[in-house]
Design a protein around this ligand. Structure first.
Ligand code: FAD
Length: 804
């Protein structure tokens, strides 16, 4: 066994082996993997092997698509058959919301390059003669899907990895992991110690125990999942062609053919069971849990309605095993929080499908520092310690139970919440707020009229008029918003300026009180982060970024500062409450609470001052994400409840109204303001994102050379701002953009602009379609809608309102 390697992967299931294989493809051959048993001996060997394309997330769809392609080509590469069956799959929709969802996913898959057709009940029955289609509205038919043999597929990737120089040490449990003073990891195994630059937790249902070796708490739960394999069935024997896989929200089950019988796998919609909450015993190797089919009766009965022949079939085998589930159902893929070069590649709930694609993009991240796709939704740092424990259990159980239901926009499910409340949470609830959770924080989506609650839909719904009124209050009077969840950092010390200058693509503020919006880039020029930087003194800066970026950006700052530089970086997110005042009457309101001069000469746009507001020491920042005169009031969080009351009181006769995230999105779309994580991701540089004016190429900063090169070369898809001929549904993001029947681009976000009376969207499209006036089509819930590129913000393009 090697004593030194560049990478040690702990765990030889589909996720770990998928990574090992792709690291060799990215050019790293000094990579090893340890498994405490045989490869696949965790959850991988007994999985049902279904490999679907149908998934709501664009980035996850790319991951699935890669796996499906690879599992079909591995045999030719490695000589090891994978057991691939290209039988296709149908996702059933049994109501209109699900039908809308299927149509939306179809458009997105077209962009990814995966074939998907919307078909009616008759065609569904033709493809799957055993199905009763009662109650079925339509199906999404993905002919490129199939199922694979998990163990053979995993072994084929292992052969490919070995061919690329990787080594695999089986029956070799990792016992402990130590950090060396030089930053390397010492991975202590049963067969000796391996010193490495990168260590990877791919330990499946042991991810918590391996995480604990480095002091990490991993937010996931092992859920018990069972499927039944029937005896041979005469109607299956009589078939001339293999049945497609079917996913059925009515029974919450999947069905696939297995020889002359079928497999039926229910995801219980209630009473689902977590397992081994205190950690799995190390001896659980190639093992299953005892069958417990009585528990599945309600779902099996529905499965029998759907496939009447199943009611007559004998049961040959029940497979019961643990599946890892995170609170949001998506695996952990990327750097562990606050731990340089310790990576997570675990907690996948459909890891047979995802192992290859997850491995591909994690390998890119490790080798190049950046990936071709946006990894934000997979980044382990989207959870903090707040997510571990009861929250993880209740969320993961709920996620499992919702596996075959349709996630509706804005439907932040209530279980496990609230976790983090700002001091005005209860007051906002009294005002009618319905909340969504972001990085554990509760944020108001909208303020519902008494007795109303949102009727979630992919189309405009009962929030539409009220959100319009919230927007009008901001544009015509004054709106108030709670932005406390924003990530906040103080960066100080003699080298603070030079340090930030190197990280930020934009010029830093030249004088005290100056504010700059800036992107921070990877070496390859991708947008890693976006921050508002306020200079309080040459050696004292205040940085704000997105709520979900709190741990991500903290790592970016601290890991670039290193130990050597005399810089202090403090995460002060929880120390400050933030109340936003926005609208033409915000100055009048604020003047009632402070003696500070708020006039333009003394307090212009993009200026910050430390002032007293209602007697509370406040950092007042004159910035606005909604494009109006306004201030962000950052104050000690303990004072927030009192300050909010004072603000409401002072604004009562000025028409003050609270507004939520829906209004915020509509207002920012009218101003064509980009959002980090949607329009701004590591996939693009500021050049493609149309933010060239925020880049100071006259200075040296991380990613500068790559930006210069991109600018010179051109040709990449660029961001366009669109006016959309929408009907009753606006762009939500991830809709395919068409030119001449070809999917050429993808939307990143959109909303109805209530002030301008237009439906608006952002999309990335090839540069030849990006000119002002270019005509495009967007597939919104399956319907093509015309869209036109517009060259300037739909609202106040000259920023007169901001400077008012
Ligand atoms: C009944 C059932 C059916 C399923 N069907 C499907 C399906 O149809 N499609 C699909 O995509 N997914 C399916 N899944 C889910 C899928 O099986 C998992 O998501 C996937 O196997 C996870 O892979 P993994 O590599 O993360 O974990 P695992 O396969 O569990 O691998 C983790 C490995 O880490 C090793 N390990 C742990 N700790 C250490 C240590 N300290 N030292 C060394 N090695 C260690 C273990 O021995 C194990 O081999 C199913 C799951 C179940 C239970």
């Amino acid at each position: 066994m090697k004593t030194h390697a560049r990478v040690v992967i702990i765990g030889g299931g589909m996720m770990g082996v998928g990574l090992l294989y792709h690291l060799t493809k990215e050019g790293w051959s000094d990579v090893v993997l340890c498994d405490k048993g045989e490869l696949t001996s965790g959850s991988t060997w007994h999985a049902a092997g279904l490999i679907p394309h149908f998934i709501a997330s664009l980035n996850m769809a790319k991951i699935h698509h890669h796996g499906i392609g690879l599992y079909q080509s591995l045999e030719a590469e490695t000589g090891q058959a994978t057991g691939w069956h290209g039988c296709g799959a149908i996702r059933l929709a049994i109501n209109q919301e699900q039908a809308d969802w299927c149509r939306g996913v179809q458009g997105m898959l077209a962009y990814v390059g995966a074939e998907c057709h919307i078909i009616g009940p008759e065609q569904i029955r033709r493809l799957h003669p055993l199905l009763d289609t009662k109650g079925v509205v339509l199906g999404a038919w993905t002919p490129g899907d199939g199922h694979t043999d998990p163990a053979s597929t995993c072994n084929a990737m292992a052969i490919g990895a070995r061919n690329g120089g990787a080594e695999i040490y089986r029956h070799n449990r990792v016992l402990e992991i130590q950090r060396r003073p030089n930053g390397e990891w010492a991975v202590v195994t049963e067969q000796g110690t391996i010193v490495c630059e990168h260590a990877v937790n791919a330990a499946g249902c042991y991810a918590d125990r391996v995480g604990a070796m480095v002091g990490l708490k991993v937010p996931f739960v092992n859920m018990i999942h069972q499927y039944l394999v029937t005896e041979s069935m005469a109607p299956v024997q009589a078939l001339e062609k293999e049945l497609p896989v079917v996913r059925d929200p009515y029974a919450s089950c999947y069905y696939r053919q297995e020889r002359d019988g079928i497999i039926v796998g229910p995801y219980e919609t209630s009473g689902a069971q977590p397992w081994a909450l205190d950690g799995v015993d190390w001896g659980f190797d190639m093992e299953l849990l005892p069958p417990d089919i009585d528990r599945l009766t309600p779902w099996l009965e529905r499965a029998m309605e759907r496939i009447p022949a199943f009611a007559e079939a004998g049961i040959k085998r029940v497979v019961n095993g643990p599946i890892t589930h995170t609170p949001d159902g998506t695996f952990l893929l990327g750097p562990a929080p606050a731990m340089e070069n310790f990576w997570m590649c675990c907690c996948a709930s459909i890891g047979i499908t995802q192992g290859a694609g997850a491995g591909k993009y994690l390998a890119q991240w490790m080798v190049h520092g950046q990936t071709e796709i946006n990894m934000l939704e997979f980044d382990p740092r989207r959870f903090g310690e707040w997510a571990v424990g009861d929250y993880s259990v209740s969320k993961a159980v709920d996620e499992y139970q919702q596996m075959y239901q349709t996630p509706l926009p804005g439907e932040g499910r209530d279980v496990g919440r609230p976790i983090k409340k700002t001091p005005i949470y209860e007051r906002q609830a009294e005002q009618g707020a319905e909340f969504i959770d972001v990085f554990g924080w509760e944020r108001a989506r909208w303020f519902a009229p008494a007795g109303r609650t949102e009727e979630h839909s992919f189309r405009r719904n009962n929030t539409f008029e009220t959100v319009g009124a919230e927007c009008r209050a901001v544009r015509e009077a004054v709106g108030v918003l709670d932005l406390t969840p924003f990530a906040k950092y103080e960066v100080s010390g003699p080298d603070a300026r030079a340090f930030l200058d190197r990280l930020c693509a934009n010029r830093l503020p030249r004088r005290d009180g100056g504010i700059t919006l800036t992107q921070m880039l990877t070496e390859l020029g991708g947008i890693e982060s976006e921050a508002t930087v306020t200079r309080f003194a040459e050696d004292r800066y205040y940085l704000l970024s997105a709520a979900v970026a709190e741990l991500h950006d903290l790592d970016w700052l601290t890991q670039h500062a290193g130990a050597a530089q005399p810089i202090e970086i403090r995460n002060v997110t929880a120390d400050y409450g933030v109340i936003v005042l926005a609208g033409p009457r915000s100055r009048e309101l604020l003047a009632r609470l402070t003696d500070a001069d708020l006039g333009n000469p003394a307090f212009p746009w993009l200026r910050a001052k430390e002032i007293d507001v209602a007697g509370i020491p406040t950092r007042a920042l004159r910035i606005s994400y909604v494009g109006e005169l306004g201030w962000e009031l950052h104050h000690p969080i303990g004072e927030m409840a009192g300050l909010y009351e004072k603000v409401l009181e002072a604004g009562a006769d000025l028409g003050i109204k609270p507004f939520g995230a829906y209004a915020l999105n509509s207002l920012r779309m009218e101003k064509a303001y980009r959002a980090w994580g949607a329009e701004l991701t590591t996939e693009v540089t500021p050049i493609e994102a149309g933010l060239g004016r925020f880049v100071d190429l006259d200075k040296d900063f991380i990613g500068r050379d790559a930006v210069v090169e991109r600018k010179r070369r051109g040709g990449m898809p660029v961001l366009v701002y669109l006016e959309v001929d929408a009907a009753d549904a606006d762009v939500l993001g991830n809709e395919a953009v068409y030119v001449d029947e070809k999917p050429v681009g993808i939307t990143t976000g959109g909303a109805y602009g209530h002030t301008v009376g237009k439906s608006l969207a952002f999309a990335y499209v090839p540069p030849e379609h990006a000119g002002p006036g270019s005509e495009l089509e967007i597939a919104i819930l399956g319907e093509r809608r015309g869209a036109r590129v517009i060259s300037e913000p739909a609202y106040d393009p000259d920023n007169a309102r901001l400077r008012a």
